[in-house]
Design a protein. Structure first.
Ligand SMILES: [Fe+2]
Length: 125
């Protein structure tokens, strides 16, 4: 847990320095944020397992969104790292990113509908 927290702190420092133009890296700032989010999610899961001996249903639900976003970003990173002559692969990566974006939008819509139904049920009851 200490190594993980130190890693998160290190990545936060790198991101801050990149944002302030004090550090140059060939990594996209989004990639640094992405790695930070993955490390924080991993830490959150570990904490839950340590303190509750399992991962809650709510956390699992949040993970679906989390991983859809992570996979969308992977596709975007792949697209950005391809040689400009690899047009077909760029298109494939773009298509993956688009599909994950749609999954995220669908989930947001389903969540909103779920809360609307809950509110309507409360109003009726
Ligand atoms: Fe990743």
């Amino acid at each position: 847990m200490k190594l993980l927290s130190d890693f998160i702190h290190f990545k936060e420092q790198i991101l801050r320095q990149v944002d302030e133009c004090r550090l140059f890296t060939a990594n996209y700032p989004l990639l640094i944020e992405h790695i930070l989010r993955e490390a924080k999610m991993y830490r959150a899961i570990l904490m839950e397992i340590i303190y509750h001996k399992s991962v809650s249903r709510k956390k699992l639900g949040n993970m679906e969104d989390f991983w859809n976003r992570i996979m969308m970003e992977h596709a975007l990173f792949i697209r950005g790292l391809l040689d400009p002559t690899q047009e077909q692969l760029i298109e494939t990566a773009d298509q993956y990113a688009k599909e994950y974006k749609e999954l995220l939008a669908d989930h947001v819509l389903r969540e909103a509908n779920h809360y609307i139904r809950l509110l309507e049920t409360e109003e009726e009851g």
